[in-house]
Design a protein around this ligand. Structure first.
Ligand SMILES: NC(=O)c1ccc[n+]([C@@H]2O[C@H](COP(=O)([O-])OP(=O)(O)OC[C@H]3O[C@@H](n4cnc5c(N)ncnc54)[C@H](OP(=O)(O)O)[C@@H]3O)[C@@H](O)[C@H]2O)c1
Length: 157
């Protein structure tokens, strides 16, 4: 399957590495600012790569609402599968993205946006299809876990 990447920061560069290590996925282009674009792999033409008939999967690793929102919408309107790590844009527009994904036959994947290293959201969503969830509790962040364990071990509480 062919994929494209939006954003080449901390998360984006690691997504590129993971994709290169996988067989069956081919990273075709990376959306960056015009000044950083060394065509054809690094390109400022975001709308073009997310809507291309060659693209199956869009990894969105930008920050903030725009241009992330416009590019996610365009991708979904072209039936693409979108994987986003961008909590700002997902927390603002997720219900609309789900509607677009259902309408055009793509999908929106959100697991990477919160606790990317802890597979949690997908599990909760799947479980909630079958069971009525009344709540859950736990330490869901590795850094908090480390700090709280240190406090407990040193008798701070
Ligand atoms: N880092 C984490 O551990 C983590 C974990 C979970 C979720 N997230 C989320 O994942 C997203 C990416 O995080 P990050 O840590 O990788 O951030 P980052 O290092 O700041 O990367 C963001 C990238 O987006 C690019 N970008 C922003 N606006 C752009 C535009 N108009 N055109 C082209 N490129 C643009 C930036 O390019 P420039 O450098 O040129 O501005 C940068 O390369 C964020 O939404 C963050 O909340 C991060």
């Amino acid at each position: 399957m062919n994929c494209v990447l939006l954003g080449y920061g901390t998360v984006g560069k690691n997504v590129e590495k993971q994709v290169q290590a996988l067989s069956g996925l081919d990273m075709r282009a990376v959306y960056v600012r015009p000044a950083k674009a060394k065509e054809p792999y690094f390109t400022p033409r975001g709308e073009e790569i997310v809507s291309s008939s060659d693209t199956d999967i869009v990894f969105e690793c930008l920050n903030g609402l725009e241009p992330a929102n416009t590019l996610i919408r365009t991708a979904l309107e072209h039936g693409k599968h979108v994987v986003s790590s961008n909590k700002a844009v997902l927390s603002t527009y997720l219900p609309e993205y789900i509607e677009l994904a259902n309408k055009y036959g793509g999908s929106i994947q959100i697991e990477a946006s919160v606790g990317g290293g802890i597979p949690l959201i997908d599990g909760i969503l799947k479980l909630s299809d079958a069971e009525e969830l009344k709540g859950f509790e736990g330490i869901l962040n590795g850094t908090c876990n480390y700090i709280l364990s240190s406090m407990e071990n040193s008798g701070a509480f």
